[in-house]
Design a binder for this molecule. Structure first.
Ligand SMILES: Nc1ncnc2c1ncn2[C@@H]1O[C@H](COP(=O)(O)OP(=O)(O)OP(=O)(O)O)[C@@H](O)[C@H]1O
Length: 394
């Protein structure tokens, strides 16, 4: 039997009414989306896209103005406050700013929801110990939050969110205040929460690397709408919506910008081609075999390959040196195995249309409000990112 999705949005909308000077805001605008039990689901979008509002509809911190949100089979529309409390009891949440109680110790913070739920003291203490072990900070039980690092604070946040055995954990920009290494640690912990405890995790983020590293599926949001949804690999290896292409571009930076290309042409005047790398058609092995043809000398001069959902993705820019007809034949052979953007030669440059859209190293940083935590140096995503084959190290 196929189980019902644990979270369903049915044409859900949340409109914040305008005032005398403010227009109304359609923060969530007609979202239809299923999140399956047991998955790690990412919601990605730039600031103001409606991610936080969407996630607040799940635990009924906001109510839909139209449409429906169904959680664990219960339509939240029309539920009374006591029924909503029951639904909320099955949902944990963690935040960017951790939201810990500064006057309580680590153990006191984790115990708090158990006190509210009236657990007996002995059971409470045992549960707190178990949770602190699970998140790896048992030695900090008696310490106050101010004495903890960001990563440790988020571990406390996770332990607290798990205290009452929720089925769903919502993580709203939970790693945005953390450095790349700590981000990875916290995402690994969320993966353990998912795999070992069977909890459905919903991660809200503006960083593609977070989705790339941790999520099974992803929804891309813009202006309150879900513009693209699917498994993380398909969405990021073949981005359809312009906003998704921007996320891929700012994260990977595997393709040369116009400026970089001009510099590359000075040093590499022969035929340049950008060759797509993916797990199916454009494997590096297939590409190497194709290029081993007669009379052509290939050299990698730019590029980046990264992993999306454990599968390779990116592109390499080659300079192909040799007689024109041999190079033409090599380009045709390449086209048979993968996507190719033919940039021509320094003497006869060609502008590849697909370069305009995807993955250029000058792809804009996004709106000014895009948090500056993403390391945008070529080859250096928050997690080390692509393999870093860029101009500088060739
Ligand atoms: N309580 C509110 N009243 C009025 N407008 C709101 C309210 N909450 C959110 N909005 C507006 O709804 C839109 C979506 O906001 P939301 O916080 O959901 O976006 P987001 O994608 O989470 O962005 P961020 O990461 O910056 O929080 C924004 O234009 C925001 O100003």
């Amino acid at each position: 039997m196929v189980s019902e999705p644990i979270i369903r949005f049915r044409d859900a909308a949340k409109v914040f009414p305008g005032g005398r000077r403010r227009p109304e805001v359609r923060a969530v605008d007609g979202v239809t989306l299923d999140i399956e039990a047991g998955e790690i689901f990412g919601v990605i979008g730039y600031s103001g896209a409606g991610k936080s509002t969407l996630v607040r509809l799940i635990n009924a911190l906001e109510k839909t103005t139209s449409g429906a949100v169904v959680v664990g089979g219960r339509d939240l529309t029309g539920l009374g406050e006591s029924q909503l409390r029951e639904v909320r009891a099955g949902i944990g949440m963690i935040f960017q700013q951790f939201n810990l109680l500064s006057s309580r110790t680590v153990a006191g913070n984790v115990a708090y929801p158990l006190e509210v739920a009236r657990w007996a003291k002995a059971e409470r203490e045992a549960r707190v110990r178990e949770l602190l072990e699970f998140v790896g900070i048992a030695d900090k039980a008696d310490v106050y939050p101010s004495q903890l690092s960001g990563g440790q604070k988020q571990r406390v946040g996770i332990a607290r969110a798990l205290a009452t055995n929720p089925r769903i954990l919502l993580a709203d920009e939970a790693t945005s205040a953390l450095d790349p290494e700590t981000t990875r640690d916290v995402l690994r912990l969320l993966q353990r929460v998912n795999r070992e405890l069977g909890i459905t995790v919903v991660i809200i983020t503006h960083e593609m690397d977070v989705v790339r590293y941790a999520c099974d599926r992803v929804a891309v949001m813009e202006h309150g709408r879900v513009v693209e949804v699917g498994d993380a690999y398909s969405v990021f290896s073949g981005p359809q919506a312009a906003v998704t292409q921007r996320f891929v571009g700012t994260s990977l930076r595997d393709r040369p910008s116009d400026e970089t290309l001009a510099r590359l042409r000075e040093r590499h005047p022969a035929r340049l081609v950008v060759v797509g790398i993916d797990e199916v058609t454009g494997s590096t092995r297939a590409i190497s075999q194709v290029l081993r043809g007669e009379g052509v000398e290939p050299a990698v001069i730019y590029g980046g390959i990264t992993e999306v959902a454990d599968k390779p993705y990116g592109s390499l820019t080659f300079e192909l040196t040799g007689p024109d007809d041999a190079v033409d034949a090599a380009v045709e052979r390449l086209r048979a195995v993968t996507d190719v953007d033919d940039l021509g030669t320094a003497a006869h440059p060609r502008r590849a249309p697909s370069l305009a859209a995807r993955g250029r190293d000058d792809a804009g940083p996004g709106p000014a409000s895009l948090a500056p935590t993403t390391d945008r140096r070529p080859g250096g995503g928050p997690f080390g990112g692509p393999t870093g084959l860029t101009e500088g190290n060739l």
